[in-house]
Write a new protein. Structure first.
Length: 186
């Protein structure tokens, strides 16, 4: 026995098969399941307001601050990982070594419009490193710590940054590492 289908009937069977496969996927996406979470884009630097809570908590040898990432993009987005942070001069030039990362397991943070994620930032007192952090140069400059004009912050997995004005004593040299960032959290 030979079985054949007309092109019209073959197209109808194919359409029914596709509908049967896609119905559970679209239902899952509509309910906000994994397909919906996977479709939420990463937060971009341009859609975030980045600011520093300057009410740090001091400890012997430094200060802990909180970096804040507020989503003003107009749509939900996600952040995952560590921010890139470095001290900068008034001209925007990096001062010293960029922040290292505190060992932790990053989690994906979903941000609704207007929501804020945070990341801890530890800033060591450059005086703890002695002359390793002093400015080089002629009398009057040498033997002092530079004053940073602010922090350059790259949101996790982004290549564009924003500068947060925040004057503080910095470490001039590229060693030691004197700042440490933690991963973002909700």
């Amino acid at each position: 026995m030979h079985f054949s289908m007309s092109p019209r009937r073959l197209a109808g069977v194919a359409a029914l098969a596709c509908a049967a496969v896609l119905t559970p996927v679209t239902a899952l996406a509509a309910t906000g399941g994994p397909a919906a979470a996977a479709s939420t884009p990463a937060c971009t630097t341009s859609g975030l307001v980045i600011w520093l809570n300057t009410s740090g908590s001091g400890y012997a040898g430094g200060e802990d601050y909180t970096l804040n990432f507020t989503n003003l993009s107009g749509h939900a987005c996600t952040l995952r990982g560590y921010p890139g942070v470095s001290a900068v001069s008034l001209s925007g030039r990096r001062i010293g070594h960029p922040a290292g990362w505190v060992a932790a397991t990053p989690a994906t943070v979903s941000l609704a419009v207007g929501a804020t994620a945070t990341a801890g930032l530890q800033v060591s007192d450059p005086g703890d490193f002695g002359t390793a952090c002093f400015l080089p140069g002629p009398q009057g400059r040498a033997g002092k710590f530079p004053t940073a004009a602010g922090l350059r912050v790259y949101p996790p997995n982004q290549f564009a940054s924003k500068v947060i004005p925040f004057p503080f004593s910095a470490c001039y040299r590229t060693a030691p590492v004197w700042m440490y960032a933690k991963p973002v959290q909700g």
